[in-house]
Design a protein around this ligand. Structure first.
Ligand SMILES: [Zn+2]
Length: 142
């Protein structure tokens, strides 16, 4: 009988506005709302660009479903990134937008529409030399 050694590294979000749950289904994007003026930002925030206040900021959990605001099919990238892929800006119902890739469909213009409904998912996208794994977020058609 063999026992597998536990992974050396830890699981880390690839961006500071992705919160990791116990499973990838529990991961979510979050932001900060300025309690002084109500402006909402993606991710943690120390200063409000609208009212120049220092908050305090309350954490807001974002929906996993959103709409494609704009998209582009990327045909050239660095050698380790597989092309073509779909880069998009996704509007979330809370009133913020995030950059993300769309997967689950062929990267062809006829498969994409402005305003199409998409749903976020997360997965391990890379690993460093110390064994730490990085979880990224992406969207697929809802
Ligand atoms: Zn503010």
């Amino acid at each position: 009988m063999t026992t597998e050694a536990p992974p050396k590294g830890e699981l880390r979000p690839i961006v500071p506005y992705l919160a990791l749950g116990n499973t990838r289904d529990e991961d979510y994007l979050f932001g900060s709302r300025c309690t002084n003026c109500g402006t909402l930002y993606v991710g943690p925030r120390l200063f409000c660009g609208k009212c120049s206040g220092e908050g305090p900021f309350e954490t807001v959990r974002f929906s996993k479903e959103g709409e494609v605001y704009v998209w582009s099919i990327i045909h050239q990238s660095v050698p380790w990134v597989k092309v073509p892929y779909i880069a998009a800006v996704i509007d979330l119902p809370e009133g913020v937008s995030v950059n993300a890739n769309i997967e689950g469909i062929e990267p062809k213009p006829e498969n994409l529409k402005f305003g199409m409904k998409v749903k976020m998912f997360t997965e391990v996208v890379s690993q460093d030399a110390d064994g730490n794994q990085y979880v990224g977020y992406k969207f697929r058609p809802a």
